[in-house]
Design a protein around this ligand. Structure first.
Ligand SMILES: Cc1cc2nc3c(=O)[nH]c(=O)nc-3n(C[C@H](O)[C@H](O)[C@H](O)COP(=O)(O)OP(=O)(O)OC[C@H]3O[C@@H](n4cnc5c(N)ncnc54)[C@H](O)[C@@H]3O)c2cc1C
Length: 307
């Protein structure tokens, strides 16, 4: 039973979305690890999200935002206070709205759906997102991408709820983006993004490229195991997978957490991993790589909650 969130707060939240108490976050992360959220709320609309944020502020309760949970390592003791989940079930949305080459996408839409809907409509420019899990909001905040492109290359405006619960717009410029990071107002919860794509000259070629990227990923990534994708950012002038590999850590295991033998920048949950195993393995890799090569790896995966 949760002890930190008063019952009257839970009652108020129930009118604003789907609420669960003591919800195991292992159900909401692609690592399939993580302890309980005291209260998890999936907002039913953008106005409701504003109200949820105001309730958190008034009650002084901590709040944490999660999207598709594909870049998160949540502690085994879970997350205190209110966890706002902007995943595919949030906002009761009908999906992306396309007008000419501009696409408005609610933050709860899965990247996978964004890519396939735009491809069906004959648009191009979003192919690089094929195979990246999670939702649009998480992708925006992470400036997710690959060597072929990043969110900021196609994103030009976002809508978000600020710390006071007010809805705001923000134009996005390239200078706001860094590697796996977008500089937006502290505490902003992204509710939607506007993307500028191109009309494809050859729609079939776009769909083929997407298929090709998905096939390449299936060969290179250990998709049969739960993971959060690449664990470490690539340091300037290095590839993290190579540093981990050359440090002799392929298949290295701590508890149920293992360095993938297929892609050494992936840690996989090879069985009953706890988040503590994964965190310990992350620290062990950082230490080993630093001792061998003098390079301190920085995690791309975000650690939240109590370990
Ligand atoms: C198999 C696999 C492959 C991957 N490949 C790639 C890849 O090629 N490139 C890449 O960049 N990433 C990759 N990832 C990592 C991950 O998919 C991306 O970072 C993704 O964009 C995270 O989106 P999410 O919705 O899951 O966010 P989450 O993991 O839920 O959250 C990530 C961060 O965003 C914040 N956040 C989430 N939603 C919102 C919101 N609406 N408003 C404000 N903050 C929010 C969270 O607080 C957290 O700090 C991969 C992951 C896996 C499992």
């Amino acid at each position: 039973m949760n002890v930190t969130v008063p019952q009257d707060v839970v009652r108020r939240l129930r009118g604003l979305g789907a609420v669960k108490t003591d919800e195991p976050l292992s159900r909401h992360t692609t690592f399939k690890t993580g302890g309980p959220a005291d209260v998890l709320v999936v907002p039913c609309g953008v106005e409701s999200l504003g109200e949820i944020v105001r309730i958190c502020a008034e009650s002084g309760l901590p709040r944490t935002v999660i999207g598709g949970g594909s870049n998160l390592l949540v502690g085994d003791r879970g997350i205190r206070g209110i966890t706002v989940c902007v995943s595919a079930d949030a906002f009761n949305t009908s999906g992306p709205a396309i007008e000419d080459d501009v696409v408005y996408v609610p933050a709860s839409v899965r990247k996978e759906d964004f890519v396939s809907i735009c491809a069906e409509k004959g648009l191009s420019g979003m192919e690089f997102l094929a195979g990246i899990p999670g939702c649009i909001g998480g992708g925006i905040i992470m400036n997710a991408g690959t060597v072929d492109g990043n969110f900021v290359d196609i994103l030009y405006r976002i809508e978000y709820v600020d710390r006071a619960g007010e809805l705001r717009l923000q134009d996005i410029t390239p200078s706001m983006a860094r590697y796996r990071h977008l500089d937006v107002e502290e505490g902003a919860i992204v509710t939607a993004g506007w993307f500028r794509l191109r009309h494809a000259e050859d729609g079939e070629a776009v769909r083929n490229r997407i298929r090709e990227l998905l096939e390449e990923r299936a060969k290179k990534h250990p998709l049969e195991y739960p993971s959060a994708g690449s664990v470490f950012k690539n340091p300037q002038g290095h590839s993290s997978w190579k540093l981990v590999n050359d440090a002799g850590l392929k298949s290295h295991r701590i508890g149920g957490a293992m360095v993938s033998d297929l892609h050494t920048n992936f840690i996989v949950n090879a069985g009953d991993a706890r988040s503590a195993d994964i965190r310990e393995l992350i620290e062990f890799i950082r230490e080993t790589v630093y001792i061998k090569f003098g390079v301190m790896l920085e995690p791309e995966v975000r650690l939240v909650g109590e370990f």
